[in-house]
Ligand binder design. Structure first.
Ligand code: FAD
Length: 317
């Protein structure tokens, strides 16, 4: 079922989560052990992130170059299929522009369609380590809006091969990312919102936000979106802080701000156990306001951990 149908059918805020594929060599059982405790909150869908393939070339003794993947978290599509089989709930694979030509994207979407996956989160992806800035593949999508356009075309039965006759349309529900504190590359918020609106005009049916720790940023973002005619559901993304290192890691990686008050409280914590308790309390306060004000879904970024999310979710779901 589509994410948007889950939202339309619900009479209260829903619980959902994002998981990351385990590191190469780990088992699906360990992943299920992470998800199992959260099933009591009846997530209608679970997102699975995609981690881009990156290669290094090593010279062998015979002088030939060996191409080695340094991808540490493969398996997005397999995990989505496993989740749908095991839990009978919808899995939402993230698909990215980076590393894919349009034809490779089309082929990946055909796989997802055959697996009975109804939803995708369409993203651009970031630059790989060897690049200073994001570079699309030759004949790849450069922006998430291009990817949305491609998926929307497939939903109309328009594949890349013009000569294909009577192609069966796919029927993906397309989600996209939104940034309450602005995407780091956008020169200003209006610019970012303009392109977000474009993604919606081209077929995105809902938005999931980057994590934020100050609800004011989310509510302003929703108001600003509505003011320019973005009327699709906007799902807030929540991540409980859990360790002191989050003070620097989260702003560095996700280009978000931690409010002064949260930063000061984390600094005062004597150890990570105290940070975790603070993160749970902060998360509960954030969720209370989001639920009270009618957020359609609260989407938790699990990043491999589920116990803090469980403590927060049991207050509401
Ligand atoms: P876009 O919407 O393409 O925007 C990128 C930048 O370009 C923005 O600054 C925007 O304002 C600007 N822009 C957009 N369109 C145009 C245009 N046509 N012309 C000029 N400028 C334009 N990354 C992964 O690799 N794997 C994941 O699984 C993943 N999951 C994510 C889930 C969520 C909910 C979020 C919020 C992010 C996720 N990311 C993931 C990270 C994401 O790939 C990065 O944030 C990336 O830098 C931007 O992706 P986007 O889809 O928002 O890009």
């Amino acid at each position: 079922m589509k994410v948007t149908e889950h939202i339309t059918n619900a009479d209260k805020t829903l619980f959902s989560l994002e998981i990351i594929p385990p590191k190469k060599g780990d088992s699906i059982k360990n992943l299920f052990a992470q998800i199992d405790p959260l099933m009591e909150f009846k997530p209608p869908f679970i997102d699975v992130t995609y981690h881009r393939e990156e290669y290094v070339y090593k010279e062998r003794e015979n002088g030939l170059l060996e191409k080695r993947s340094i991808k540490k978290r493969p398996g997005t599509v397999g995990i989505c299929a496993a989740i749908q089989n095991h839990y009978q709930i919808d899995a939402v694979p993230h698909i990215i522009c980076g590393g894919f030509s349009k034809e490779e994207t089309e082929n990946a979407l055909i796989d997802l369609n055959f697996l009975g996956i109804d939803n995708v989160l369409a993203l651009r992806g970031d630059n790989i380590k060897s690049e200073r800035e994001f570079n699309p593949e030759p004949d790849g999508n450069a922006y998430a809006s291009d990817l949305v356009e491609q998926i929307s075309a497939m939903n109309k039965g328009e594949y890349l091969d013009d000569e294909l006759q009577n192609a069966i349309p796919s029927n993906f529900c397309i989600g996209v990312a939104g940034y309450p504190e602005k995407h780091f590359e956008a020169p200003n918020m209006n610019f970012d919102l303009k392109w977000l609106k474009k993604k919606v005009e081209l077929g995105a049916e809902y938005i999931v936000t980057q994590m934020f720790f100050d609800n004011k940023a989310y509510f302003k973002f929703v108001d600003d979106c509505r003011a320019i005619g973005i009327n699709v559901p906007i799902i807030p993304g929540i991540k409980p802080v859990a360790v002191k290192r989050h003070l620097t890691i989260l702003p560095n990686i996700f280009k978000i701000d931690l409010p002064d008050e949260l930063e000061q409280e984390i600094t005062k914590c004597k150890d990570n156990a105290a940070v975790k308790e603070l993160g749970i309390e902060w998360g509960i306060q954030q969720c209370r306001e989001l639920v009270d004000k009618g957020a359609p879904v609260i989407h938790f970024y699990s990043m491999g951990k589920s116990d803090a999310i469980h403590r927060i979710a049991k207050e509401f779901f």
